[in-house]
Ligand binder design. Structure first.
Ligand code: UD1
Ligand code: MG
Length: 455
């Protein structure tokens, strides 16, 4: 179910498209269902349907629209014609993102084609959730679910919450759905009312308990979203630490994708990893780095405040390289072993050979650079002529002085030296010093202007 507006988010974006760990809530749920061997996965859309459907365009799901949105029971009514009578229907909330496949499998088994199986959880504070109602004590038979807004004070003291996940025999479910009425505080067709209908007909209702609270928490407000984000991040941090990764603070790391680490990796505080990132053994990441789509070789050090973004073309860094502080590596940056990139250096779509260095205030774009090059402070590859991009080729053992402009397309032969302040618009030959700058002159009889005396 993904048709609701998510009023409590107070956002123009459909609730199920808000991100958890960099992916929409609904995508987490859909990816989990892929592990269930379901006949088909149906996503019920309504509020912001086009946006929601296009966000899931790459997945193998069928969409059913619910217009208007008259409650969770009404939502499932829209999907009913697409369901085979003989099967089991598993119903999931699009806003409960961390549900685990093993829990869902157990729920389907509990249903076994003849029972209504509900997934519940004991919560210290169940405010906002539907409550499981049982005869007698907490082991008694289930006879209904009451929503927060319809509950009596006594019912609201129950701390067994309905998680929004149920498995039902499809034929019975279709029948119950036809019986729903909107007689409740919200004037909606509640899916949860199928419980009392099942009980009335003598269908057994069973409850399975979730394995952890985190997997069944729903997102209804920004506060709940951030709480779930922190829980999810903490879980990932714990997994990294148990694999031997040393995190300066497990509550100050964010992984929005997949992070693979070798042995003896150290990560300082406030780092964000996005997409696929791999850190080979002995890598050290300083504080406040953002790293997206990158692979970093063994024993390389990334100093503080470095931004690595391989969004459209992965960034690759070899072994024993040193990057940052305050460096920026953009798509297609490919640094060899022992390369040094220092503060305020930007590299885009450029390959640097072993041991080359650009340590201060520089730009390298659309460049192929050989080994052991020293690229001076403030030097720039002028790769864009206003219409097209051009490449700069730099050989091995080249020395580019400070504040040079290399106007591409251009090439610098092996061992070339380019004097500081040179604007290079023709190729620099191998092994020679090339300088292009105005002749220096000095005026011995020159006097500094002096201030006129006040009158
Ligand atoms: C629902 C349950 C509640 C449970 C909670 C768990 C009902 C009536 N209540 O409440 O017992 O404790 O989930 O998280 O089912 N949706 C539609 N169409 C609609 C309305 C909602 O598709 O007309 C979708 C929403 O997009 C969402 C899901 O159904 O993904 C749940 O809707 P929401 O409004 O969040 O229900 P809750 O109040 O959380
Ligand atoms: Mg909800």
């Amino acid at each position: 179910m993904a048709a609701g507006k998510g009023t409590r988010m107070k956002s123009s974006r459909p609730k199920v498209l808000h991100n958890l760990a960099g992916r929409p809530l609904l995508q987490h749920v859909v990816q989990t269902t892929a592990q269930l061997q379901a006949n088909r996965v149906i996503v019920i859309t309504g509020h912001g349907a086009e946006q929601v459907e296009s966000a899931l365009a790459s997945t193998a799901v069928t969409f059913v629209r619910q217009m208007p949105q008259l409650g969770t029971g009404h939502a499932v009514q829209q999907a009913a014609p697409s369901l085979h009578d003989n099967g089991i229907t598993l119903i999931l909330n699009g806003d409960v993102p961390l549900i685990e496949a093993s829990t869902l499998k157990a729920l389907v088994e509990a249903c076994d084609g003849k029972r209504l199986a509900l997934l519940s959880v004991l919560l210290e504070d169940p405010t906002g959730y539907g409550r499981i109602l049982r005869h007698g004590d907490s082991n008694g038979n289930v006879f209904g679910i009451v929503e927060q807004r319809d509950g009596t004070p006594e019912q609201l003291r129950v701390n067994e919450a309905y998680t929004g996940v149920m498995a039902a025999p499809t034929r019975l479910l279709k029948h119950w759905l036809q019986e729903l009425t909107p007689q409740n505080a919200q004037g909606e067709y509640y899916l949860t009312d199928v419980v009392k209908l099942a009980v009335a007909e003598g269908t057994p209702v069973v409850c399975a308990q979730a394995s952890s609270e985190t997997e069944v928490l729903g997102v209804n407000s920004p506060a709940q979203l951030s709480d779930l984000e922190r829980r999810f991040q903490r879980r990932q941090a714990d997994e990294l630490m148990s694999a031997g990764v040393r995190l300066a603070d497990p509550s100050r790391i964010d992984i929005r994708g997949t992070l693979h680490c070798g042995s003896d990796v150290e990560i300082d505080v406030n780092c964000v990893f996005e997409g696929q990132v791999s850190l080979a053994s002995g890598v050290r990441i300083g504080p406040n780095c953002v790293i997206r789509q990158a692979s970093i070789g063994g024993n390389t050090v990334i100093h503080a405040f470095t931004h690595i973004d391989g969004e459209t073309s992965d960034v690759r860094i070899g072994e024993q390289a040193v990057v940052g502080p305050f460096a920026r590596l953009r798509p297609g940056a490919n640094l060899g072993n022992e390369v040094h990139i220092g503060n305020f250096v930007e590299v885009k779509n450029a390959t640097l050979g072993t041991g080359s260095k650009a340590n201060h205030l520089a730009y390298l774009g659309d460049t192929t650079m050989g080994e052991r090059v020293n690229y001076g402070a403030g030097s720039i590859t002028a790769n864009y002529d206003g219409a097209n991009k051009h490449r700069t080729l730099i050989g091995n053992d080249v020395h580019v002085g400070s504040n040079c402009v290399l106007v591409a397309p251009i090439s610098l032969g092996d061992g070339a030296t380019v004097g500081a302040g040179t604007t290079l618009s023709k190729d620099a030959p191998a092994g020679q010093l090339t300088v292009a700058r105005a002749q220096q002159v000095s005026f011995g009889d020159w006097q500094r202007p002096s201030k006129k005396p006040k009158s």
